[in-house]
Design a protein around this ligand. Structure first.
Ligand code: BTN
Length: 263
């Protein structure tokens, strides 16, 4: 079990412009997404962070459960209110912030599995869930949920082949407060870059897994098969299909296909 998270520790030296100007820490909650939604609906400003030591109904994409035991990892949701034109870049900003954080605290360079997994050695170390209400640009909001495996051990569990943690990769536990502070700092600067139309997609292409490789993408009940070519400035995946046409996918689930020519 890691040391409990302490807000004064995290706030000390945080120095962010926007992210973490208010932080709520729950010992136990259904999902930080639920609490962040409630706060956003009553007008909480952007930058508010909801953290939990444990989630009893943590969730991921496609209504999957995000198992969230206490004491090892980070579970947080951040309220954002970007202008409509920047909405699509929030996902890239969040995953790049996680990449920055992992590089700083663990000295390792992760890869991004489109659209929102951060992976080390081919195993998931972080999942990102972006949800929101943004029909009305005046009152719209986004909640970015981040689950980062810091000190959990997946060895010997049913998730051993697909999940890992920072501690598992570096071989020793990390200070979760320090990881959190770095993450909030990275989110602060990456979100600002998203607002400033900084070309996040170029860096994203650099970290993306599966570029130039055969992929299958499940999207809207269909499966698109082809070669992943990279992402657009909004982070959509460009796939050159086997029939020679190119499709641009805003969302979906990618699996790498085994090529007939690969060893
Ligand atoms: C995914 O990979 O499918 C996304 C997982 C997102 C998990 C985080 S943990 C904090 C926040 N609260 C939740 O219930 N989900 C997100």
């Amino acid at each position: 079990m890691s040391r409990p998270l302490s807000l004064p520790d995290v706030a000390r030296g945080l120095g962010t412009r926007l992210i973490g100007t208010a932080i709520y820490l729950f010992p136990r909650i259904t999902s930080t997404m639920d609490a962040a939604y409630r706060l956003a609906q009553v007008g909480a400003p952007e930058g508010v962070v909801v953290l939990a030591e444990e989630q009893t109904a943590g969730r991921g994409r496609f209504q999957r459960a995000w198992v969230s035991p206490p004491g090892h990892n980070l579970y947080l949701s951040i309220i954002l209110r970007p202008p409509a034109e920047a909405l699509r870049r929030v996902n890239m900003a969040c995953s790049l912030a996680v990449v920055d954080t992992v590089q700083k605290v663990a000295g390792l360079t992760p890869r991004v599995k489109w659209p929102n997994d951060v992976r080390l050695g081919g195993k998931k170390v972080c999942g990102i869930l972006i949800e929101g209400r943004w029909e009305d640009p005046q009152t719209g909001w986004v909640v970015a949920g981040i689950g980062l495996n810091v000190n959990a051990t997946f060895i010997g569990t049913p998730l051993a082949d697909i999940a890992t943690s920072l501690a598992q990769e570096v071989g020793h536990p990390l200070d979760r407060g320090e990881v959190l502070r770095r993450l909030l700092q990275a989110l602060d600067s990456r979100y600002q870059q998203a607002l400033d139309r900084f070309p996040l997609w170029k860096e994203w292409n650099h970290y993306l897994e599966g570029l130039g490789k055969p992929v299958a993408v499940q999207w809207g009940g269909d499966t698109v098969e082809g070669m992943a070519q990279g992402v657009t400035p909004d982070g959509d995946l460009v796939v050159l299909q086997d029939n020679g046409t190119t499709v641009v996918l805003p969302a979906g689930e990618v699996t790498t296909r085994v090529s007939a020519h690969s060893a």
